[in-house]
Write a protein that binds this ligand. Structure first.
Ligand code: FNR
Length: 182
């Protein structure tokens, strides 16, 4: 049976390259993985005051969806050499209430995606830092800094063969990582 894996996309933009990459993963992932893109744009900025008695419905929905998954893939842009707030907020929401983090022990992988040459290295490693604290065993290799993404799709929106090869290597390595941990 395939393992349910959450995919978190760190851009809310309709034509987001990160979202396009996440959708490519859904197409090319091996049958051992079932990738679910989880909505994070509706999560109010994390505030313990609103989380005490009756958490927002979106917090509850998000925590439940992550809890049902066996792993998580983070597909993120870089904003000002760091992590976009939307993805950090989702991480924070999932980490609370204290002692009830939904992230713990879940097999993770990170890919940063950017039109720029550095490929979102800063965001990638900033995110990695939080995953260490959250006790998420995270795929080390291949490191995935997907630069120059604006040339990775043709006019019909199809991914080029070279980029597809790179994404296949990443998702197959992640599938092996999930297998190893289970
Ligand atoms: C950016 N962008 C960007 N790119 C990068 O490689 N390093 C960076 O530090 C930044 N900083 C940054 C800040 C802000 C506020 C925005 C809106 C954008 C450019 C970014 O990579 C580009 O807009 C991508 O297309 C964003 O990803 P999506 O939305 O296409 O998935």
């Amino acid at each position: 049976m395939s393992k349910k894996i959450a995919v978190l996309v760190g851009s809310l933009r309709k034509d987001s390259y990160n979202l396009k990459v996440a959708k490519v993963f859904q197409k090319i992932a091996p049958p051992s993985l079932s990738l679910q893109i989880i909505q994070i744009g509706d999560l109010p900025l994390y505030n313990e005051d609103i989380d005490i008695d009756t958490p927002p419905a979106s917090y509850t929905r998000f925590r439940q969806e992550i809890a049902e998954c066996q792993g998580a893939i983070f597909v993120t842009p870089e904003y000002n050499r760091g992590l976009p707030a939307v993805i950090k907020n989702a991480i924070d929401v999932g980490s609370r209430p204290y002692g009830k983090s939904v992230w713990s022990k879940k097999a993770a992988a990170i890919i940063s995606v950017s039109p720029g040459a550095i490929g979102g290295f800063g965001a990638n490693h900033q995110l990695r830092q939080s995953l260490v604290f959250l006790d998420m065993p995270t795929l080390q290799q291949p490191e995935a800094y997907f630069g120059g993404v604006s040339t990775a799709f043709d006019e019909q929106g199809n991914i080029t063969e070279k980029s597809k090869e790179f994404l296949s290597l990443f998702i197959n390595s992640y599938a092996a990582w999930v297998e190893k941990l289970s």
